[in-house]
Design a protein around this ligand. Structure first.
Ligand code: ZN
Ligand code: ZN
Length: 343
């Protein structure tokens, strides 16, 4: 049994190393500084997790990831260790009804029965926001393999406010790839929220409960320095994307993802799109209000595209976002550019 276990770990390491090589090559195709991070990881300090903190850091490096937040359930013990390791920081993920809460950094531990007593999602999120600079919604529509969220759970997302980060890709329970039918539902839900004029910053979290799950998905963040505060402020501003393997960027009039642009109805604006994937790309799509695809570009296996796309503004144009499909079907989703159509 021990040999079997070691062999399995070795083979998982090899697949992580393949991903790492792919991501490092992809980064070389992009001139801008971008970091691949995971905001949602569980260690041995979660009752349902295993693995030493140092091992998470090692697997992250192997998989080409720059930074991890160790977000254990009801524990702050991880912080003592992440404080000593450069590419790690800490967070928490209290599992509550009707939704979990993802918290990065924070001044104290969120508890199940003390601070979070009323199971009122709005109140619980506000409590989290008081102690942390970054509070996000993990797996909004449920998670692999069987946690399918019901109507009450889905409806409660609307109580979280008009501007919050949310995982559009969550890879809980996965070891081969992150994208699945839960994530496809997240994207549909994301478009609903965006179409209701909410600003929702996209994240991808592995939600892994063992070190070997790190690297299946990542949140790409455009910021100048690799530290938790810098990453958090860039993700809050929406200068980020959720991805399995590709690197994406979307700008308009020189403004980064997450920006709001005023545009006159009937005129055209140029969106600048950039996508890279060293293993090749199949398709790029630009998506607008109600999840409507306004532009599809066949990328025919190219590893890089940078293009300006002129798009006509109507009174219904509320946002544009970019999504990509790699040659092997790996998915990527940019943060939106928000549009304020002017009459
Ligand atoms: Zn868990
Ligand atoms: Zn989790």
């Amino acid at each position: 049994m021990k040999n079997h276990h070691q062999r399995l770990i070795k083979e998982l390491e090899l697949t992580k190393a393949d991903r790492g090589i792919r991501l490092k090559k992809t980064k070389k195709l992009i001139k801008k500084k971008v970091y691949a991070i995971d905001p949602h990881v569980h260690s041995k300090y979660s009752t349902d997790g295993v693995g030493e903190i140092l091992r998470f850091s090692d697997v992250a490096k192997l998989a080409g990831l720059d930074f991890l937040f160790i977000t254990d359930h009801f524990s702050r013990k991880q912080k003592e260790e992440t404080d000593k390791i450069d590419n790690l920081s800490w967070g928490q993920e209290p599992g509550i009804w009707p939704h979990h809460i993802g918290v990065l950094k924070g001044s104290k531990l969120l508890r199940y029965k003390k601070e979070l007593i009323d199971f009122d999602i709005k109140a619980d999120y506000n409590t989290a926001r008081q102690i942390s600079p970054f509070v996000f919604l993990p797996h909004p529509t449920g998670f692999y393999p069987k946690a399918v969220y019901n109507k009450h759970q889905l409806d409660s997302i609307w109580e979280l406010g008009d501007d919050f980060p949310m995982e559009v890709i969550n890879a809980a329970g996965k070891l081969s790839r992150g994208w699945d039918e839960f994530n496809a539902k997240n994207i549909i839900y994301w478009d609903k929220l965006l179409s209701a004029k909410k600003k929702i910053q996209p994240l991808a979290g592995s939600d892994t409960h063992l070190p070997e799950g790190v690297g299946l998905v990542f949140t790409g963040v455009y910021c100048s320095k690799l530290n938790d505060d810098c990453l958090i402020s860039a993700m809050k501003a929406g200068n980020c994307f959720a991805s399995e393997t590709s690197i994406l960027n979307l700008t308009c009039k020189g403004k980064p993802m997450g920006s709001t642009i005023k545009a006159k109805c009937g005129t055209k604006i140029d969106l600048e799109i950039t996508i890279a994937d060293s293993a090749g790309l199949k398709e790029a799509r630009i998506v607008t209000t109600n999840g409507r695809v306004v532009k599809k570009i066949n990328l025919e296996g190219k590893t890089f595209i940078n293009a300006k796309i002129p798009l006509k503004i109507s009174s219904k144009t509320l946002y544009y976002r970019l999504e990509s499909v790699a040659s092997d079907d790996m998915r990527g989703f940019s943060s939106p550019i928000y549009i304020l159509p002017q009459p």
